[in-house]
Design a protein. Sequence first.
Length: 321
Amino acid sequence: MEQALLSICIPTFNREKYLKRLLDALLPAIARQQGTVTLSVIDNASSDGTGQLCRDYQSAGHALTYIRNEENIGADANAVKAFEQVDGIYGWVLGDDEYVYEQTLDSVVAVLSNRAPAIVYLKSETCTAAAIADNRARGQAFDYHTSRLDYARNIGVYFTFISAIIFRKALLVSADKPPLKIIYGTYIPQLAWVLPLLEQGSLFACSRECLIAAEPNNTGGYRLFEVFGANIKTMLDHFLIDEPKIRKVILTSAMWFLASFFYGSASDFKKENPLTAFDFAFKELFSYRLFVRPLLSYKNLASKIFVKAICHIRKNTLYQS
């Protein structure tokens, strides 16, 4: 059998409602591709109706592979298992609570077939009922980069958004390459395949318009500043040791991303000491020591407004905005 161009793998746990919304959007588009795209659901031992939902789709004739873990192995491990299930040239580990617009898959397949980039980044917007109901034709154009550094400047911290990344697995996994080193417990294990591809690739792509929608306020349960500070730093130190400029660009982007949450808008996450987390993650950055650290230390209205304004400007320069 010919290898599929793209394998979509969805790790899930107890999100039957969201998963149904996603599958209802994806399955008709996959059917149009006639074997070019495969779909798998990796169920982390859900206790809701996830299993029956997937079996119902299979009974209706949809091409869907359903894999259920005997026990909950944790979010990181289930995401890695989804990565391991990718048997196509490209992989897309897609969050169960995202929404994929009607034309998106057709556009992605065209990009993968015609240009063969190492990474494709899909811009996203907040998933709302209005966004889903909006059936307008979204622009399907993509920007292409041959400079890894320029691409990193444009994506920055959003390389951590697992659902936005479509990756050329064939560049990472082969008989003559060592297995990937996965770092568990970070909540961002996907950087173990994203960052090596950023280092190895020669062509990268990003959609100009939002082609997916992300469910808001649905990712709590971990320490925000630890994950996007210390854990990003750990991953960058491990995977981009030979790319100091790219490493610095992503770390700086993470710093400003977290600064936007510094003044109390991280209520959906576990409590922690933000300033201590900042010091650990970003103290090596001159911009942090000279500028950001003093601003965050003041904790007055003027510094809050200034930080928020800079964070807003910086976000609008990234592809995520």
